[in-house]
Design a binder for this molecule. Structure first.
Ligand SMILES: [Zn+2]
Length: 94
């Protein structure tokens, strides 16, 4: 992170997790194209609190806090819900 810029640590974490979920064997029934992936990330993020930081040290601190088992459980639940909701309305033809 060079200079000051706003980073939503929750967004970074959720993007990575959604990518991971969509590539795991049990989620292959869902589309994992970039468009659907972004839609799922957006949907999950709308149901999770943002965690903005402006420095690398803060970013690491918040990232580690968000990765606690309790937080990950909450975050994963929202991601899985988002995947299923986007999957139900899947009209995306690749
Ligand atoms: Zn798609």
């Amino acid at each position: 992170m060079t200079g000051q810029r706003l980073v939503n640590v929750m967004e970074e974490l959720v993007s990575g997790l959604v990518r991971f979920f969509l590539r795991s064997p049990e989620y292959q029934i869902f589309c994992n194209c970039n468009e659907c992936e972004m839609r799922i990330v957006a949907k999950a993020l709308n149901n999770l609190p943002p965690h903005y930081v402006v420095s690398e040290s803060e970013r690491e601190k918040v990232f580690n806090e968000l990765k606690s088992p309790k937080n990950i459980e909450i975050i994963n639940k929202e991601i899985i819900r988002a995947i299923y909701e986007a999957g139900n309305r899947r009209n995306h033809v690749v």
